[in-house]
Design a protein. Structure first.
Length: 130
């Protein structure tokens, strides 16, 4: 099992200069818990989580604050061809719930989340009972 078989493809991203309230709206509208943050060259520079946004709201209120001020950086990433077990291990070791998936050129091609890992587990358990 490989990351590319379970990742969510073409993830929604936000630019580093996006207002954190706008990022929060996007995440709520799309029901996302993690959103990769890119720069003007579309290279990943961080990741933003719902928890980051909740903390930002407590500290900054309605002030204009860019995502760059509240995101996690550097971000742990994974390649599409990496074994799913290794990606899961990275998530556990780093205590994170999502891994942006980058191709050989460093472009974001997907995101692997805890939910994706649960889908893989369900598939595996289904094979064992069949």
């Amino acid at each position: 099992m490989r990351v590319e078989n379970y990742m969510s493809r073409a993830p929604i991203t936000v630019r580093v200069d996006t207002d954190y309230w706008k990022a929060s709206e996007i995440m709520q509208e799309k029901d996302l818990h993690h959103i990769p943050v890119i720069n003007e060259s579309e290279k990943i520079v961080g990741i933003l989580t719902l928890r980051d946004l909740k903390i930002a709201a407590m500290h900054f209120g309605e002030a204009h604050v860019e995502v760059s001020e509240v995101m996690h950086s550097p971000v742990v990433t994974v390649a599409p061809g990496e074994p799913l077990a290794e990606a899961a291990r990275q998530m556990v070791d780093n205590r994170i719930g999502g891994l942006p998936v980058l191709d050989n050129n460093g472009q974001i091609v997907g995101i692997l989340t805890e939910t994706d890992l649960l889908r893989a587990l369900i598939d595996q358990l289904g094979k064992e009972t069949a």
